[in-house]
Design a protein around this ligand. Structure first.
Ligand SMILES: [Mn+2]
Length: 351
């Protein structure tokens, strides 16, 4: 069953409007602007002149509904709903702006708008073979880029300089772009889980956390490695080894049929016993067309891991005034165990 058929089966409405770019791509293979109108019998891409040819190329089996002037989106969508007798219409109310929603519903007479309620997102959790291949390719690019730049990064560079070297290398290796804003946090900045790369000059004795990913066919990868500059010992070494062990325990705990909360707890208890209160985010998240998808490996989550889930395992320790460390892999859940998409080593690298 392809993505569109699966969506129609789960839609539970007369029609659906899709506005989120990642869902346009997932359902129609279309990467331009516009929206989708879907019923059991009709599937159409609505867009303007700039994208007509792109729709024909990317979505040849989809009807093209042209938008121009008076024939704007609300008017065209109302025409389609009327023509196809759509009464209950799913709308991505968690994506549209309030203004767009008001204009749309004003034009849609005799139509009951129903929130999308995560229907495509739920289906997208489970990746098919083609999606897994794209994610694995993206992960290989990111991992190779990391290994390639190690001989080129050194104390004396700024976080921003390291970020540029890393991102350039991923593009050189075939990434379509970065998967998300790269994090490069050295020294005391390592205590900020989502630090923005700065002009901080990396010094000997500091740890540098790099959290980054590549993109292939729109699919993301996600990995984090923390490296040291010069000899790292004492508290920072202790922090590093604690995170590394917690990450391994998290990976080992993953299994189809287990709950996400159970996996989170294994890594969390290990860190909490040694550095209480320093691991404040969840253990991991799903990855796909979005960098953050379901399921989340979060404390108390009763979501069950299934074959085809792609999740990160990324414990960290963050100590203001000292620094921090995070180590992250992205893995594919299979009946035979997990496939780790990231090959870069995890023993502490001292540059
Ligand atoms: Mn992540």
């Amino acid at each position: 069953m392809n993505h569109l058929e699966a969506f129609i089966n789960a839609m539970d409405a007369d029609a659906a409007l899709i506005h989120r770019p990642e869902n346009l791509r997932w359902l129609a293979g279309y990467t331009g602007e516009g929206c989708l109108f879907i019923t059991r019998s009709v599937h159409a891409v609505l867009t303007d002149f700039r994208y007509y040819e792109q729709v024909r190329r990317q979505s040849p089996s989809w009807e093209l509904v042209e938008i121009s002037g008076e024939r704007n989106y609300p008017a065209r969508i109302a025409e389609l709903a009327k023509a196809h007798g759509a009464r209950r219409v799913r709308i991505e109310t968690d994506y549209l702006t309030y203004d767009a929603f008001v204009k749309l519903t004003a034009a849609l007479k005799n139509v009951e708008p129903v929130p999308m309620d995560g229907v495509p997102e739920k289906l997208r959790e489970i990746k098919d073979e083609a999606e897994l291949a794209s994610i694995r390719r993206a992960a290989a690019i990111a991992s190779d880029a990391f290994m390639n730049i190690l001989p080129r990064i050194h104390a004396g560079m700024t976080e921003k300089q390291v970020q540029r070297v890393l991102e350039f290398e991923m593009l050189e290796l075939g990434s379509e772009g970065v998967a998300f804003d790269t994090i490069a946090a050295a020294g005391l900045n390592g205590a900020l889980p989502h630090a923005t790369p700065s002009d901080h000059v990396i010094r000997q004795g500091e740890l540098l956390t790099l959290d980054f990913g590549a993109t292939v066919d729109g699919y993301r990868s996600d990995m984090t490695r923390t490296v040291g500059f010069g000899k790292i010992d004492g508290e920072l070494r202790q922090v590093y080894e604690t995170v590394r062990m917690a990450q391994q325990l998290g990976l080992d705990a993953l299994a189809v049929g287990k709950t996400c909360g159970d996996v989170d707890r294994v890594a969390r208890e290990y860190i909490d016993a040694r550095y209480p209160g320093t691991f404040g985010h969840s253990l991991g998240h799903g990855v796909g067309l979005f960098i953050h998808e379901q399921p989340r490996l979060a404390s108390g989550s009763t979501a069950v891991l299934r074959c085809g889930h792609v999740v990160t395992v990324e414990p960290g320790i963050y100590i203001p005034g000292l620094g921090g460390c995070r180590i992250e892999d992205t893995v594919i859940m299979t009946a035979q165990g997990v496939i780790n998409t990231v090959s870069a080593p995890k023993q502490l690298i001292e540059l």
